[in-house]
Design a protein around this ligand. Structure first.
Ligand code: NAD
Length: 257
């Protein structure tokens, strides 16, 4: 018996990193997973990995900033697996690294489109489908950058604070439908995104950035995708049935300072 037997879980940003790990873990625990990402090889690879492990997966190519494509992945969950029980609203981009005085408007807007509009659209279209099943869970991927200042990535920090704010509002609005909404707030995690941020902060020596950042984490290391996914699974499980509206650090103690 898996925790998510007979459940359908949609996961955005599933072609890589935390989203791929979530796909593998939810499927391993019994869920049918609907995996969403931009065009590219990664999404099909994740689907193949889930299926090779004996899981059920549907890949849906889509851009979370586009309302028609968000509606389409929710509809695909209903059409293929009969409904939707949970959404892992995880797709995100880091944007450019640099002083706020040098950031272009287009670059700022691009980050907010994915990280804010995409998360809102996911909730907008998933909530009615989840409500039709009698309730369920939404997990939004925020960041420690949604809980405090992060110099050099103002758009990203703004977007993740917005994810925390939207999570609280959605938790209150959707509670009558028995849909719980929580945010996970990871510290740096060992994925492509951190490699890009490290290179943006110090192109000559990204590994030095890694060492400096790891040193700010009391447990002494970056997170792994599996650390974050363990919390996502808990938040979608029956054990978390009284937990909603929370923004939970998963950060090795980074925000305990
Ligand atoms: N890696 C970290 O250190 C870290 C820390 C805190 C929070 N996060 C958050 O975790 C989430 C996952 O990040 P990750 O580290 O796995 O990064 P990643 O870059 O490996 O994965 C992000 C995925 O989102 C997809 N994506 C981007 N824009 C999209 C769009 N418009 N439509 C659909 N898919 C889109 C990408 O193609 C990619 O597959 C993000 O929201 C990120 O902000 C990451």
């Amino acid at each position: 018996m898996g925790r998510f037997d007979d459940r359908v879980v949609a996961i955005t940003g599933a072609a890589a990193g935390i989203g791929r790990e979530a796909a593998l873990r939810f499927a391993a625990e019994g869920a049918a997973v609907v995996l969403v990402d931009l065009p590219g090889d990664g999404l099909g690879e994740t689907v193949a990995m889930v299926e090779a492990a004996g899981g059920r997966a549907l890949g849906v190519t889509g851009d979370v900033t586009r309302e028609d494509q968000v509606h389409a992945y929710v509809q695909a969950a209903v059409d293929t697996f009969g409904g939707l029980d949970a959404l892992i609203n995880n797709a995100g981009i880091e944007g450019r690294v640099g002083p706020l005085t040098e950031l272009a408007v287009d670059a700022f807007d691009a980050v907010l489109a994915v990280n804010v509009r995409g998360v809102w659209l996911g909730m907008k279209h998933a909530a009615p489908a989840i409500a039709a099943r009698g309730g369920g869970a939404i997990v939004n991927t925020a960041s420690v950058a949604g809980l405090g200042g992060t110099p050099g990535i103002i758009a990203y920090g703004a977007s993740k604070h917005a994810v925390v704010g939207m999570t609280k509002t959605a938790a209150m609005e959707l509670a009558p439908m028995r849909i719980r909404v929580n945010a996970v707030c990871p510290s740096p995690v060992e994925t492509r995104m951190m490699r890009a941020l490290e290179a943006g902060m110090n192109p000559d020596d990204p590994e030095a950035v890694h060492a400096l950042m790891a040193a700010t984490i009391p447990l002494g290391r970056y997170g792994e995708s599996s650390d974050v996914v363990a919390l996502m699974c808990f938040l979608c499980s029956a054990e978390a049935e009284f937990l909603t509206g929370a923004a939970i650090p998963i950060d090795g103690g980074m925000r305990a300072r």
